[in-house]
Design a protein. Structure first.
Length: 600
């Protein structure tokens, strides 16, 4: 039979959270694509009700990804109305590994207040189903089918995708081939997850632990509904946040467990473990019964929570981590989401990477679609370097987790230190859209390798403390006054008052000011870690002088850069929109106290 051929400017392979978010962002920011110039290919049902295919590991957003969904994708009201709020990340370590019946048996870092930036727990099935409808309503063409083959012609040559269209069935497994279509396109976005449509054909996937800082991990998880909420309910009058609607993390030797609410008020949860294979073999957690036995012996409070409800499904990934060699190719393709990289759902870094990847992609496509070849390829190079570096940082966050996760002293310090970096560097850089500036990429990468070296030195100190059972204290990343002054990683990070003054314009906020104070507090963290581990003699070591000296030098460097930024923007309004409103008000407004007549 004759095979129909259709052409689109952009084709997205995969209709999961990454592909659908990329599609909506492109449609919102480049309105010309709404004229059926972009297509999505996805084999799963539009209903997103298949237990084997539609449920994923990790469902949480943090500040960066929450702002991406709420502001960039214009979903603020939708999220408030349809998905549970997330009040922060909370962390728990058993006081005694043999007794974990209630939360009184844990050392915990509890969130103490509602967050400055509201984040959300995402029900992936619901948001993917709804995003698909939104995209179709905006002009995206949807193909319910599976990619059989793809010709990734080099350079600017047109790519060809052979698609097997599928029937729409109640059960995903009952789908049948009904037709075939050839789709040609100028640009391919691979969001096919672990199918690796592009990655497997270009030798782009990296799975070797040696190239991922030794990371070898796996995951097992369940969905449960109608749990007994009383098993995890607190009436703490000292805080203004919800413990129930936080993302809760439970730690043990070589593993951590997440507990995430999926619906408002219906007591549905995702509960799963991410573990390291040098401590736990995947065969020990490859069934529901083994998983529950593990919880009963190690985290009884979660065992009780699951047993109080009804099991929805059981999943496992015996191999979790991978990354990519190239994220944006000059041959007009890119990889995103799980098709690009995943290391561990810890800190919800997957959604952060999606936010950066999609915004960089949209910026590139603006230049490509208007025919600016040099501008497009320059951004391909720079954004690929940026995303690769951010991905590497996320990978490095998991380094040595196997030995550190269960140690409450060491891991609480790691969380405190890493929260300082996230809130002091990554979050303000995202708010100010610095990542969309090719020049900024060069500045960002200047210190990249050095930053990883400093982290390596600190991890060695943690290793020493762990091996010698040295208690270096317990840190709570939600509370101030533990380091110096009122500093708190999650609350006092906004040194330039970007949120108060709505400094959301491109590069408007003073990023060097955030970098300046982050380096200052990092130097104090380094001092505390060395002296608590080695005593005062620790500050005489070459390692300390190197790491502490680097952060102090950067504090001085960024202090100067902050002053330069302030000088350059001395005549720039703090917020352009508000400045215009005030100008119009002062020029035009006159109060009229008369009441206008109306008919009644």
């Amino acid at each position: 039979m004759d095979i129909i051929t259709k052409h689109y400017d952009i084709v997205i392979i995969g209709g999961g959270i990454a592909g659908l978010s990329a599609c909506r962002h492109l449609l919102l920011k480049i309105p010309s694509l709404r004229k059926q110039r972009i297509a999505i290919i996805e084999p799963r049902s539009e209903k997103r009700n298949n237990l084997d295919e539609d449920y994923k590991v990790g469902e949480s957003t943090v500040e960066v990804s929450a702002m991406f969904f709420a502001k960039e994708l214009e979903l603020q009201d939708y999220l408030i109305e349809n998905h549970p709020p997330k009040f922060s990340l909370q962390f728990h370590w058993p006081k005694d590994l043999a007794k974990t019946d209630t939360m009184d048996d844990y050392y915990s870092t509890w969130a103490v207040k509602n967050p400055d930036i509201q984040s959300f727990q995402l029900n992936r099935c619901k948001i993917e189903r709804d995003l698909l409808k939104m995209n179709r309503d905006m002009g995206c063409v949807y193909y319910h089918g599976r990619v059989k083959d793809i010709d990734l012609a080099p350079g600017d040559k047109v790519k060809t995708i052979d698609v097997q269209l599928l029937s729409e069935e109640e059960d995903f497994k009952d789908q049948k081939p009904v037709d075939r279509i050839l789709i040609t396109t100028d640009y391919v976005i691979d969001c096919s997850g672990r199918n690796f449509t592009v990655g497997s054909r270009t030798d782009n996937i990296i799975r070797d632990p040696k190239q991922m800082f030794g990371l070898e991990n796996a995951s097992t998880w369940v969905r449960v509904k109608n749990v007994d909420r009383a098993l995890f309910e607190f009436q703490d009058q000292q805080v203004t946040s919800s413990y129930y609607y936080d993302t809760n993390h439970f730690f043990g030797p070589g593993y951590w467990i997440w507990m995430i609410p999926l619906e408002r008020g219906s007591r549905d949860f995702s509960i799963g473990v991410s573990y390291h294979k040098d401590k736990i073999s995947p065969t020990m957690l490859n069934s529901y019964d083994k998983f529950m036995s593990f919880l009963e012996q190690n985290q009884k409070v979660l065992f009780n929570l699951i047993k109080s409800g009804e099991i929805v499904d059981f999943h496992r990934w015996p191999r979790l981590s991978h990354t990519s060699k190239t994220f944006y190719s000059h041959n007009n393709w890119c990889v995103m989401g799980d098709a690009a990289a995943i290391f561990d759902p810890f800190y919800s870094t997957g959604m952060i990477m999606i936010a950066f990847e999609i915004e960089c992609l949209t910026e590139m496509m603006k230049f490509k679609l208007k025919g600016d070849v040099s501008g497009y390829h320059h951004r391909v190079t720079q954004f690929d370097r940026l995303v690769r570096a951010v991905t590497q940082i996320n990978n490095h966050l998991i380094k040595s987790h196997s030995d550190h996760l269960g140690n409450a002293s060491i891991m609480s310090w790691r969380i405190y230190m890493e929260s300082t970096n996230y809130f002091g560097i990554l979050l303000p850089a995202y708010i100010g859209k610095y990542h969309l500036c090719p020049i900024f990429v060069d500045h960002f990468l200047q210190d990249h390798e050095s930053n990883l070296e400093i982290r390596d030195e600190i991890l060695k100190i943690f290793d020493y403390a762990n091996e010698n059972n040295i208690n270096i204290g317990f840190m709570d990343n939600h509370r101030g006054g533990q380091l110096i002054g009122d500093f708190c990683p999650t609350s006092t990070w906004d040194h330039d008052k970007a949120l108060v003054n709505c400094k959301y314009e491109h590069k408007r906020l003073n990023l060097p000011k955030y970098l300046q104070w982050t380096q200052f507090y990092q130097s104090l963290i380094i001092y505390q870690i060395y002296t608590r581990t080695y005593g005062i003699s620790g500050i005489l070591s070459q390692s300390f002088l190197k790491t502490f000296g680097t952060t102090v030098f950067r504090f001085c460097k960024f202090s100067l850069a902050s002053l330069i930024h302030q000088f350059k923007h001395r005549s720039t309004p703090t917020n352009t929109a508000f400045a215009k409103l005030c100008s119009d008000f002062n020029a035009q407004y006159k109060y009229n106290g008369k009441i206008i007549d109306w008919k009644y």
